[in-house]
Ligand binder design. Structure first.
Ligand code: AVJ
Length: 343
């Protein structure tokens, strides 16, 4: 989750947003990456989504961390270096930090500096003797050598919230391989992954009755107006979210209600009625499916914790010794990728 404080933007970020929107509207199907949902207002809307009765992931994962946090910390090793990717307002992190040793080191990584410093300060007040080293960067672009290593300690990545679900499976393997390089051989990964489940439950979670998810999706258009001077009529687009069962993912779209145009600078993009901008994928994985991806990225599955309904999994995995070795991607008959029963 993220908090709602307004975030100053750099020229670089504005360029990224403009370039992404322009490229996304030119291609077919039209797409805009979900990371642009999270401006100040979008972050606020996301926090509201998390409070709705339909959006189960946040409270389900929180419950798993509450119940099994001590065991997770023991798995990782109490004196570890814990690296959180996209820490945001880090609301779930105390559930883990409270079980780590005083000499553990916490390294929150987030692209938004005010956000990062504010949440780190809050955690530092809660855990005064723990060393905290916030790092302001885009974790996709973070290289292992930019991380200060602490000799003789296990490094572990903490990646909650099922954010990995925004990646296609292929990109998820890339990101997981990147995480393995960050922690080094023998390092850990504690990651939250939303599960496949009844399409009705999934549909409700992305179509909450209060309309927060719709507002969150549509905010992308108003952000384009505000920050890029795009000329468009946001009321002529509709929120559409559905479970694509064949691909195992929720898709969010902004669907044009009529024939209309979006103008961006000198360019004009025509939409037919029913034509959409694809704004987000949220992939859902069984424990075995996720473990298979992780194996292909150099990880050895160790433990999976789940909730009573089997709706959400928190996985703990260990980075292989032979980094990047293709052998690590071999399937289960080597006994490396056999699924662990949910706890
Ligand atoms: C933050 C990416 C995990 O996919 O469920 C919530 C974002 N989108 N409602 C998700 C989201 C619509 C969320 N993640």
């Amino acid at each position: 989750m993220r908090n709602a404080s307004p975030t100053p933007r750099t020229a670089q970020e504005d360029d990224d947003f403009l370039a992404s929107v322009r490229a996304g509207l030119r291609r077919r199907p039209r797409t805009i990456p979900p990371k642009y949902f999270y401006d100040a207002h979008g972050s606020q809307l996301f926090d509201l989504i998390c409070t709705t009765p339909e959006y189960y992931p946040t409270r389900t994962e929180t419950g798993i961390l509450e119940r099994h946090g001590a065991e997770m910390a023991a798995r990782i090793g109490a004196s570890c270096v814990l690296i959180e990717l996209g820490s945001g307002s880090a609301t779930k992190t105390p559930l883990l930090l409270q079980h780590l040793a005083d000499d553990a080191v916490y390294v929150p990584i987030d692209i938004c500096e005010p956000h990062l410093l504010k949440s780190t300060q809050r955690l530092q007040n809660m855990f005064p003797s723990m060393k905290m080293q916030p790092l302001c960067t885009d974790y996709h672009r973070l290289h292992a050598h930019a991380l200060k290593r602490h000799a003789g300690r296990r490094h572990a990545v903490f990646f909650p919230g099922s954010t990995i679900g925004n990646c296609t499976p292929g990109n998820a393997v890339h990101l997981l391989r990147h995480a393995a390089k960050l922690v080094g051989p023998g390092g850990g990964l504690l990651i939250g992954v939303d599960c496949k489940k009844s399409p009705d439950t999934l549909h409700a979670a992305y179509n909450d009755a209060a309309g927060h998810t719709a507002a969150f999706n549509l905010n992308l258009l108003t952000r384009m107006q505000r920050e890029l001077g795009a000329q468009l009529n946001a009321t002529q687009f509709a929120h559409h979210a559905y479970y694509n069962e064949a691909l195992g993912r929720i898709e969010m779209h902004l669907v044009s209600r009529c024939r209309q145009e979006i103008r961006l600078g000198k360019e004009s993009f025509t939409f037919d009625a029913g034509e959409s901008i694809h704004t987000e994928n949220s992939y859902k994985y069984t424990a075995q499916e996720f473990q298979r991806l992780a194996c292909a990225a150099g990880w050895q599955p160790e433990t999976v914790w789940s909730d009573g309904n089997g709706w959400f999994n928190v996985h703990y995995l260990r980075a292989n010794q032979e980094m990047g070795a293709r052998l690590s991607a071999l399937p289960a008959r080597h006994g490396r990728c056999s699924p662990t029963p949910a706890g």
